[in-house]
Design a protein around this ligand. Structure first.
Ligand code: FES
Length: 146
């Protein structure tokens, strides 16, 4: 499959969760294991530009698709503007949820370049942050829109 614009040859069962492949086989640790049930959003990645929860996606479903992880968002020599916005707003406390938050905002901007407050909140609605830095996360998302 293609991950972060590189073709990867894997020897794995098609039912293996994509998250396990990314973290364990490809050492891409941007996506996090949170709930393993598709509920927290920590494991989000982009598949053909759309956010998905990689803990619930089997490898077999993405072998012909383009997978982008948090690591793949950064172009050569620079962070993605959404990554920079999250740093500039100091949106991390423990940082565990930020992978999913950033992927969600990148996905939102890909389908709606000028989202309003309700669009931002809807995109992040099912991403959990246990530290409670929601104010900073929303500020980062708004900064990314600007
Ligand atoms: Fe995938 Fe929680 S770890 S949604």
């Amino acid at each position: 499959m293609t991950v972060n614009d590189t073709v990867r040859h894997l020897d794995a069962k098609p039912e293996t969760p994509l998250l396990y492949i990314l973290r364990n086989d490809l050492a891409l640790n941007g996506p996090k294991y949170g709930c393993g049930l598709g509920e927290c959003g920590a494991c989000a990645v982009l598949v053909d530009g759309r956010p998905v929860r990689s803990c619930t996606v089997p490898l077999g479903a993405v072998v012909t698709r383009r997978v982008t992880t948090l690591e793949g968002l950064a172009a050569e020599g620079g962070l993605h503007p959404v990554q920079r916005a999250f740093i500039e707003e100091a949106a991390a406390q423990c940082g565990y949820c930020l992978n999913g938050m950033i992927i969600a905002v990148v996905g939102l901007l890909a389908r709606n370049p000028d989202p309003g407050e309700s669009d931002i909140r809807e995109a992040l609605r099912h991403h959990l942050c246990r530290c409670g830095t929601h104010v900073e996360i929303l500020a980062a998302a708004r900064r990314a829109v600007r």
